[in-house]
Design a protein around this ligand. Structure first.
Ligand SMILES: Nc1nc2c(ncn2[C@@H]2O[C@H](COP(=O)(O)OP(=O)(O)OP(=O)(O)O)[C@@H](O)[C@H]2O)c(=O)[nH]1
Ligand SMILES: [Mg+2]
Length: 301
């Protein structure tokens, strides 16, 4: 699962409902937590250390951390060896912590937000395989993909985000819930009716793209006359055709639909949790409870 704020909201909700959860942080760059993780990758490594040791930037450093964990990369470099040996232990670190947990536990795994981990390289898919492998951990996983609701304001951004969600679904091959997060940010500016159109994406959204209007085209032309600037490219016909093709692809696959999340609202978090429960078959996995001792009836009166 992704997004720290959502993880905290879920934990809060589970606590209120007296359910057990185990919170794992797998983001080596994460710092502030509303709830302390039960298991934290930072006990093994911090992104800062990797960046410093390897001379990498934040994204490269993050991918390096995960590559070391999952792909068990070896090399003659002293630093690489130190760090990979360090991280090699981390799959066991995860396995040892998760293995003893009973079916009552919902394991919440907070992941880094960098999209390339889910769409471009087979690192997170390998982690998913490790967790779900039948016979060992055998965890019922549900990936939750969060797309900021502010993306709906811009059709191109919305379809690009939706394409990433679809790509993650295809790469991860586990039950998947897609969520439009931070709904509070657009409630006032996007009507309910308009919002409904973004729940099940289809190409009709491209038919009335507000940026197609003549006024928008004119203002884009005024911004710049240089055809190589971002504004010019995004106002051009080929960009529109590209977006339409992306929208058509998403429509053809018909895999992505969104739930809406407002973390401030208990019922919104609860609704998403009930989808997740269904996906991981939480209720089916629970041990049948002992029937409560029958209430003794007082027949004398
Ligand atoms: N208005 C609003 N802000 C939010 C909401 N959720 C998160 N934020 C803010 O968005 C920022 C990022 O939130 P995080 O939960 O850290 O996001 P994240 O996806 O875990 O970020 P990374 O781990 O860095 O990828 C923080 O400043 C939050 O306060 C929301 O539902 N509404
Ligand atoms: Mg985070």
């Amino acid at each position: 699962m992704y997004q720290t704020t959502f993880c905290s909201a879920l934990i809060q909700h589970l606590r209120v409902n007296k359910r057990s959860c185990f919170y794992v942080n797998l983001d080596p760059a994460a710092e502030d937590f509303a709830y302390e993780p039960d298991l934290d990758i930072k006990e093994l490594i911090s992104l800062e250390d990797v960046m410093e040791e390897m001379g990498l930037g934040p994204n490269g450093g993050l991918i390096y951390c995960f590559e070391c964990i999952i792909l068990r990369k070896h090399s003659g470099s002293r630093h690489l060896l130190i760090i990979s040996r360090f991280l090699l232990e981390s799959l066991d670190f995860l396995t040892d912590a998760i293995d003893p947990l009973t079916e009552e536990y919902l394991i919440i795994i907070d992941m880094p937000g960098q999209i390339e981990l889910y769409t471009h390289i087979p690192i997170v898919p390998a982690l998913v395989k490790h967790l779900t492998r039948t016979g060992s951990l055998n965890v019922n996983l549900c990936a939750t993909y969060l797309l900021e609701s502010t993306f709906v304001v811009d059709r191109a951004k919305y379809f690009a985000g939706t394409l990433s969600a679809m790509s993650a679904m295809i790469m991860l091959e586990v039950p998947h819930v897609n969520v439009l997060s931070k709904m509070d940010l657009i409630r006032g500016s996007v009507s309910k009716k308009e919002l409904k159109r973004f729940i099940d994406p289809d190409t009709s959204l491209m038919d009335d793209d507000p940026t197609d209007s003549q006024a928008a085209l004119e203002s884009a032309q005024q911004i710049s006359t240089d055809p190589s600037t971002a504004d010019s490219v995004m106002a051009g016909g080929s960009f529109k055709r590209l977006n339409r093709a992306v929208a058509q692809l998403i429509d053809d696959f018909s895999m992505v639909s969104f739930l809406q999340l407002d973390v401030q609202k208990e019922h919104s978090v609860g609704a998403i949790l009930s989808y997740i429960d269904d996906m991981v078959q939480y209720h089916e996995a629970q041990e049948p409870k002992e029937p409560k001792d029958e209430v003794e009836m007082d027949y004398e009166n």
